[in-house]
Design a protein around this ligand. Structure first.
Ligand SMILES: Cc1cc2nc3c(=O)[nH]c(=O)nc-3n(C[C@H](O)[C@H](O)[C@H](O)COP(=O)(O)OP(=O)(O)OC[C@H]3O[C@@H](n4cnc5c(N)ncnc54)[C@H](O)[C@@H]3O)c2cc1C
Ligand code: FES
Length: 498
């Protein structure tokens, strides 16, 4: 039987979370949270603590999304340079934004403490270090821009752990944890707080019979009525357009390698584009990077590139023990979208566009969203408002959307192969069929799965991802398994029969 979700397993997935049954009938709840990642669990936790009745629905298993595939640096080091951030937002907004991430780390620390969660939470320093090909004045520029943004970075001549002497900037008192252990602890709290949780329950539609009441429909045709809905599915499944043109999906890769000696516990990021990110977990070094737009696989294997980079830069690593990939959503102006969903339904909220700082963003979402539901002010609500227009970074915004639109020209290209027999086992290809294209997965022998290659979100053409054995849409990041079932992204329905 083929995997229903991704093929690779992250270093965290040996830790199991409690199991929950799928929904077996209609239900009524005050708040329905959709998505069982760090966002969904944290939002449900905060709502339940405030006395709300909460039902959480997850299409697969809790933690089976990106929160189980992360590298879990808890920091305010961004994917975008501080010097670029200043070009997009005023300093007041930036300082509030960064302070939000700093205080989210404190929130995690206090939940860990209060709920007694054993999750290897540790305060550690982080270092941004000069990459192999970055210009010399990059760090000086970042140091000065950081100061304007309210982040004080200490220059160091030698960054810890690196084989060679390389300068860097120290971010004091960041943190790290084991994400699955943290989510396991949070789930146990949810059980104690009376939150109802259903796994293997995929939401296929959200209707609003009245502006104040939502009807959430599941794959097996059960209805959940809710006064409020929180869409915590990493990228929203309830909006077709508004958010998906303001953020873009990227694949990112991670490997874990054995440590040959004990090393200092620090977080590292380099200044390359795309950047590499590194941390230590018990006896392993975890290294991530090699990001690219979803559905646009590079020619060279990203894992080989990551391993080569690691061996060039660290002299204490042994064998690779795990390799996995995941997806992040990059907002056009660095700040995510957390708040009321753009649209007429005032009772639906979303939390998305976290980029590489999704752990702390999930915590910020767990503070903003409950306040919005209770009609209370939150100081960060305005800057995260999903309805805000794209700000000053218009060039990047246009470039990313041209890339998305360009994907539709794939209709005009030839088939990947002339006929199905040429597709290797456990692999997939696109085959032109009259005016349309089909995606064909060759399981083994004479077993082929054929689906239309037209993405059910907005008609992009899916592409084969040979690492995770999935069909990925380059337009807005929807992904489907080999049976055509959506596993990620805005698409809610299956790839149709050819
Ligand atoms: C390799 C990698 C490294 C990263 N490193 C870091 C890092 O170091 N620090 C950091 O802060 N962030 C990092 N991130 C980003 C961070 O992991 C994510 O932003 C964060 O986990 C998103 O959490 P979430 O709960 O919003 O989404 P998810 O964890 O993806 O949860 C969403 C859930 O919704 C479910 N779902 C989707 N559709 C439906 C539906 N229709 N019905 C019901 N359920 C549905 C999914 O199955 C999933 O379980 C990294 C990400 C990756 C991939
Ligand atoms: S994800 Fe939008 S068209 Fe496929």
């Amino acid at each position: 039987m083929m995997s229903i979700k991704d093929r690779t397993d992250s270093v965290w997935e040996t830790i199991g979370l409690p199991l929950f049954t799928e929904i077996k009938g209609d239900a009524r709840t005050e708040v329905c949270v959709i998505g069982g990642g760090l966002s969904g669990l944290s939002i449900a936790y905060e709502l339940a603590k405030r006395g709300k009745s909460v039902t959480l629905l997850e299409s697969f298993r809790l933690g089976s999304g990106q929160s189980g595939r992360t590298t879990a640096h808890l920091s305010c080091q961004l994917e975008e340079e501080f010097s670029e951030l200043i070009k997009m937002h005023d300093l007041h907004t930036i300082r509030k934004f960064l302070e939000g991430h700093r205080s989210a780390i404190d929130t995690i620390a206090s939940i860990v403490d209060m709920e007694d969660i054993l999750c290897d939470f540790k305060r550690v320093d982080g270092y941004l270090f000069e990459g192999e090909t970055t210009s010399e004045n990059f760090l000086t520029r970042e140091h000065d821009a950081g100061k304007k943004c309210g982040i004080f970075l200490d220059p160091v001549f030698k960054t810890p752990l690196l084989k060679e002497k390389r300068p860097g900037l120290r971010f004091a008192s960041q943190a790290q944890f084991h994400p699955m252990k943290y989510m396991r602890g949070l789930t146990e709290c949810l059980i104690d707080l009376g939150v109802i949780i259903h796994e293997n329950t995929r939401v296929t539609e959200i209707e609003n019979p009245t502006p104040a009441l939502s009807c959430i429909k599941t794959e097996h045709n059960f209805d959940i009525q809710a006064d409020f809905v929180v869409v915590a599915t990493d990228t929203p499944i309830n909006t077709r357009f508004p958010i998906h043109t303001k953020q873009h999906a990227y694949r990112t890769y991670a490997i874990a390698l054995e440590l040959e000696r004990e090393v200092e516990n620090v977080l590292l990021w380099d200044t390359e584009e795309p950047y590499h990110y590194v941390r230590v977990q018990e006896h392993k070094l975890i290294v991530g990077g090699e990001d690219h737009r979803t559905g646009q696989m590079p020619d060279e294997d990203p894992f080989t590139k990551l391993e080569n980079w690691t061996r060039r830069n660290f002299d204490f690593v042994g064998a690779v023990t795990e390799k996995w990939s995941g997806q992040v959503y990059e907002p056009s102006d660095v700040i995510g979208y957390i708040g009321k969903s753009p649209g007429v339904e005032k009772n639906i909220t979303i939390a998305t566009g976290y980029s590489g700082i999704g752990m702390t963003s999930a915590i910020i979402a767990s503070q903003i969203i409950p306040n919005l539901i209770e009609n209370r002010f939150h100081p960060l609500a305005e800057i995260y408002d999903p309805k805000r227009p794209p700000l000053r970074n218009m060039t990047e915004f246009v470039k990313e959307n041209v890339n998305a639109v360009y994907q539709y020209t794939d209709w005009l290209t030839k088939s990947d192969v002339k006929n199905e027999d040429e597709i290797p086992e456990d692999s997939g290809c696109l085959i032109r069929h009259r005016l349309t294209k089909n995606c064909v997965y060759h399981e083994k022998g004479n077993n082929f799965e054929r689906k239309s290659a037209v993405c059910t979100h907005l008609g992009g053409l899916v592409h084969w991802n040979d690492i995770e054995k999935t069909w990925d849409c380059p337009a807005h990041g929807s992904r489907f398994n080999t049976h055509g079932t959506p596993i990620e992204g805005p698409a809610m329905s299956e790839l149709p029969e050819p």
